[in-house]
Design a protein around this ligand. Structure first.
Ligand code: HEM
Ligand code: MYR
Length: 416
């Protein structure tokens, strides 16, 4: 047995501190650590947290990290779903991931989704104009816009007018994954309801009692065959459909942060209005994804005994890659607390921008929805910058102790 510089027997469990401190937990530990590596326990499991470009390459080496059994049930039963692509390794992962990539990396498909979103957004703004004296909560409105648009795009019929239930359920699944209270129960119920409904839909499509547009996500998931040649059972098929629908709705978090940024730094509004090329809107979208806290870290298990900077990390250790902390590390970002959409002009900074994971989406677990996220976020940043709005008095603080977090008010605005 190799000797450990830091024997795990003395590592204390950090789960309660993580739940209490949220986004501040890992960066606080990182600051206090002499070598930029954090050793702790989560849910009793020995845990090592890493940060920086070298750590990204280390973590995304498939020989180093496996995902099977890495995510705890409370995260799977709310956020990602049991049996999700997030939990697969090797060939099983490669084959399932190819399905996502074919749907989510297709330029024409992304453009079609952008058009659905803009249509639904303009419908919503039209409704706001009917009652101009009323203010609206941007987060709730955007979640509904995105839910309706992603239903149009995936071929999944919205179960009720306005997409309100689906939007609420997707938001609940994300909102409740990292807490032990009532938000967590709401997330479990939301997932159960949506998995059951989408599972039944997949069965109806296969029995040809419902049509799925050719090439739509509903069609592709219903017909997908895994590495063993078998169709997905209805429940895992529903899980994967939700792994397209839910995160699209979750872009509402970034849109709300973008509105916060436009309010706090209004000097970007004018240039965004004149941004014919769309380059500034894209830079703004990237800077929102860097600056604001959303995914705190990603995790996997050491696939075998590993060597990290001269230290043995035993097989089975939970490895965390610190996403949020990396985005505010002054060694990687000049003035990390300055909101600067121009930092991506050369494209070089994109290398260290990992709000949706690192490495290569086709080879590893990096998010396949990143192009969609940037495209939709940039489109809605442009729409927001073009609107004349007033922002009534409200609580716009973004508590780092809450995970996931948001401006407390959800960002209330009124058309001016
Ligand atoms: C994976 C974040 C949007 C689909 C991930 C991962 C993160 C992430 C952190 C895990 C990476 C890893 O484990 O190494 C986000 C954030 C989003 C977003 C913050 C903003 C809303 C999307 C969108 C889609 C999507 C729009 C689909 C339309 C997925 C899927 C995976 C994934 C299917 C699993 C990939 C795999 O395990 O191979 N995302 N994502 N995400 N994301 Fe996203
Ligand atoms: C989505 O709905 O998929 C988009 C929002 C994702 C937030 C990502 C949170 C990552 C949580 C990782 C937990 C790792 C625990 C070991």
């Amino acid at each position: 047995m190799p000797t450990l510089k830091h024997p795990p027997s003395v590592w204390t469990d950090g789960t309660l501190s993580l739940l209490a401190q949220g986004y501040a937990w890992l960066p606080d530990h990182m600051r206090a650590s002499a070598d930029g590596t954090v050793r702790t326990r989560l849910l009793g499991r020995r845990t090592v947290a890493l940060r920086g470009p070298e750590a990204v390459a280390f973590f995304y080496d498939e020989q180093h990290v496996r995902r099977r059994a890495a995510l705890p049930d409370p995260v799977l039963d709310t956020l990602f779903g049991q049996g999700a692509v997030h939990t697969l390794d090797g060939l099983a992962h490669r084959v399932r991931k190819a399905m996502f990539l074919s749907l989510l990396k297709d330029e024409k498909g992304i453009e079609a989704l952008r058009e659905h979103v803009l249509l639904r957004w303009r419908e919503a703004v039209g409704r706001w104009r009917e009652e101009p004296e009323e203010s609206v909560v941007l987060f709730d409105e955007t979640a509904r816009v995105l839910a309706l648009a992603v239903c149009d795009w995936t071929g999944v019929p919205a179960t009720e007018p306005g997409g309100a239930q689906l939007a609420r359920d997707c938001v609940a699944m994300v909102d409740g994954f990292a807490t032990a209270g009532p938000r967590h129960l709401r997330a479990r119920h939301a997932r159960k309801r949506q998995e059951e409904a989408l599972g039944r839909l997949v069965v109806r499509v296969r029995e040809q009692r419902e049509t799925a547009p050719d090439g739509s996500a509903l069609d592709v998931v219903a017909r997908h065959r895994d590495a063993d040649g078998a169709l997905l059972d209805p429940r895992p098929a529903a899980v994967e459909l939700l792994n397209i629908i839910r995160p699209t709705v979750a872009i509402a978090w970034f849109v709300t942060f973008a509105a916060h940024a436009l309010h706090r730094w209004p000097e970007h509004r004018g240039p965004l209005r004149g941004d014919v090329s769309g380059h500034l809107a894209t830079g703004f979208a990237h800077e929102v994804r860097r600056f604001y806290p959303f995914a705190p870290f990603v995790g996997g298990l050491a696939a075998r005994d590993l060597q990290w900077r001269g230290e043995t990390v035993p097989e089975g250790t939970l490895l965390l890659l610190d996403l949020y902390g990396q985005h505010h590390d002054p060694r990687l970002w000049a003035h990390p607390y300055r909101f600067d959409p121009h930092r991506y002009a050369t494209g070089e900074s994109l290398r260290d921008l990992i709000p949706q994971g690192g490495g290569d989406a086709a080879e590893g677990h990096r998010c396949p929805g990143e192009d969609i996220t940037v495209t939709l976020l940039a489109a809605l940043v442009t729409e927001l910058a073009g609107l004349d709005v007033s922002v009534p008095d409200q609580d716009l603080t973004i508590p780092l102790s809450r995970m996931p977090t948001l401006p407390r008010s959800g960002f209330r605005l009124r058309l001016a």
